[in-house]
Design a protein around this ligand. Structure first.
Ligand code: SAM
Length: 224
């Protein structure tokens, strides 16, 4: 969808810088706590030849880490932003270029042991088709790990995201203020319970629904 490309370009600002930022900050997202969660909830349910997909995989860093851990796995990355697709490595995993707003994602029904969806939901205008695709593609008993921004206080967001900007300075431009407040709304779309409600209505069993990083993010482990 053209509107998806337009909103991703606006949200990511400079796409190539955003790719680099995703790489530079990957160690914070895929840290020891992430792998502890993986070991507790996802690893025990994987089959001998695991089928794992990362929906909204960015430049494919998590897939690279999964390739190291699971040399025999079939790995799939789903992305739609052109600069992310360029940064992906199709020698390590299959690349599917697809807008997750759309139904009929070209991955077979009941085919995946596990899906990851990391900091993606907030970038979609609505996540219903994405959640339905996760449900359709997972095997019965398959699990998905979702991590994303959740609603939080404005002052916390401004101080952690925009340390260089003083929004109350009369010299701060109209464009800068619009950009900051648009991003605030995009990063503060849902509470953890809003996401849980959508997951339940999609048909999932919620195994975990917990806050991360002082409550700025949520983490959900769900099962089909
Ligand atoms: C904040 S980035 C996180 C990337 C990756 N999950 C990571 O943590 O390194 C969110 C990713 O979701 C992708 N995304 C957002 N909306 C999408 C859509 N409608 N279809 C496919 N990918 C989408 C973006 O292009 C972006 O690469």
């Amino acid at each position: 969808m053209q509107e998806t490309l337009t909103s991703l370009t606006q949200h990511h600002r400079d796409g190539y810088k955003f790719v680099q930022m995703m790489k530079d900050t990957a160690a914070n997202r895929f840290d020891d706590a992430f792998w502890t969660t993986w070991a507790k909830w996802i690893a025990p349910t994987l089959s001998d030849l695991p089928q794992i997909a990362d929906f909204g995989c960015g430049p494919g860093i998590l897939l690279q880490l999964l390739r190291d851990r699971y040399p025999n796995a079939h790995l799939i990355g789903v992305e739609y932003a052109p600069y992310m697709l360029e940064a992906m490595d199709n020698r390590l995993y299959d690349v599917v270029s697809y807008d997750l707003h759309e139904p009929n994602l070209p991955i077979a029904d009941n085919s995946l042991d596990a899906i990851t969806n990391i900091f993606c939901i907030h970038e979609l205008a609505q996540p219903i088709r994405l959640l339905q695709s996760i449900y359709r593609c997972l095997k019965q008993g398959g699990r998905c790990l979702i991590i994303d921004w959740v609603r939080g206080p404005l002052d916390n967001y401004i101080s952690t995201q925009f340390t260089d900007n003083n929004i109350f300075d009369s010299n701060t431009s109209h464009e800068t203020l619009n950009d900051i407040f648009t991003h605030f709304m995009e990063h503060n779309r849902y509470t953890r319970d809003d996401v849980a409600w959508m997951l339940q209505h999609t048909g999932f069993t919620i195994l975990e629904n917990v806050p991360l990083k002082e409550g700025n993010f949520g983490q959900w482990v769900i099962e089909k």
